[in-house]
Design a protein. Structure first.
Length: 300
């Protein structure tokens, strides 16, 4: 394709992905309160609150287990939009992952396009796995952060800040679990070799460890290792798959001629019986003298 056609294709793929996200976002808006209850539950449990967010909001108790507030007139609307949009991005992941792969797939050989379904089937569970892991880490994170509150000071929990933390962790963890899939995709397109990825292992381990330490602000090293460990395993799995794919590609290229080498031609007739033999009568007689025979000499 020319450059304009590539840009038009990219525009169409992005439009389809955005339409899917918008549709899921609109549907998720009808379940706005349920989504908030789901995301605030681990944080409320971390502070020893047995009530859900909805029960806490409707409670008339003078001493609630936690105080969640909303500031501003437009905050409830922007909060509902933010929560719905987060749900739309997560639940529409199969669509935008497929559109991402479909943009790259036309540049591959026909037998390599079968990986499109494997790409979506693997990418969506990985994203959900990262989001679920973030959800499980939230109680420990919230507990550690709340312990920094000075003694004798009431800590009000703004709902928008709380959900910002949840959204950030869910999306960051989900995308971090997509790292091996991105590496494999680059390897399938020929942009990155497995040997080069393997040479990055020291930097990748250090980078993943630093990311886990920042994403889980807990003093417990086990929590940090619980996040870094799965990403390490996924990274080395991607390296192993890329090395196997490189070996398969080299084996296939060895059976084909090089770019500057001509292909061998098979000059054997398909049916030797159809070739008409040259008889002695039809052959030219030998030239015994300097005169031409039938107008021809030996050279002609």
């Amino acid at each position: 394709m020319p450059l304009a056609e590539h840009l038009r294709e990219l525009r169409n793929r992005l439009a389809k992905a955005l339409v899917a996200i918008v549709v899921v976002t609109v549907v998720a808006a009808f379940f706005y309160n349920d989504i908030i209850n789901f995301f605030t539950e681990p944080i409320l449990k971390s502070v020893g609150c047995k009530e859900s967010f909805e029960e806490l909001a409707n409670s008339r108790s003078d001493s609630p287990c936690a105080q969640i507030t909303i500031n501003g007139l437009l905050t409830p609307f922007t909060l509902a939009l933010k929560v719905s949009l987060m749900a739309g991005v997560v639940l529409a992941a199969p669509v935008w992952l497929y559109q991402l792969w479909a943009f790259v797939a036309p540049g591959l050989h026909g037998h390599e396009k079968k990986y499109a379904y494997a790409f979506v089937a693997t990418g969506f569970p990985l994203f959900l796995g990262g989001a679920f892991f973030a959800y499980k880490v939230l109680p420990t994170t919230a507990k550690v952060l709340i312990e920094f509150t000075p003694f004798g000071v009431d800590n009000l929990l703004p709902l928008d800040d709380l959900l910002d933390l949840v959204t950030r962790m869910v999306i960051v963890f989900g995308l971090s679990f997509e790292l091996p899939l991105l590496l494999i995709m680059l390897n399938l397109t020929g942009a990155l070799s497995g040997r080069r990825m393997l040479g990055w292992w020291r930097g990748m381990i250090m980078g993943i460890t630093v990311f886990a330490a920042v994403a889980t602000p807990s003093t417990d090293p086990l929590t940090m290792m619980a996040l870094a460990g799965p990403i390490w395993i996924l990274y080395f799995t991607a390296v192993a798959v890329s090395l196997l794919n490189d070996r398969r590609r080299r084996r296939r290229e060895a059976l084909e001629p090089a770019d500057d080498e001509a292909s061998e031609l098979d000059l054997t007739p398909e049916d030797i019986g159809e070739v008409e033999p040259v008889t002695a009568q039809r052959a030219l007689p030998e030239q015994a003298g300097p005169d031409r025979v039938n107008g021809y000499d030996d050279v002609t």
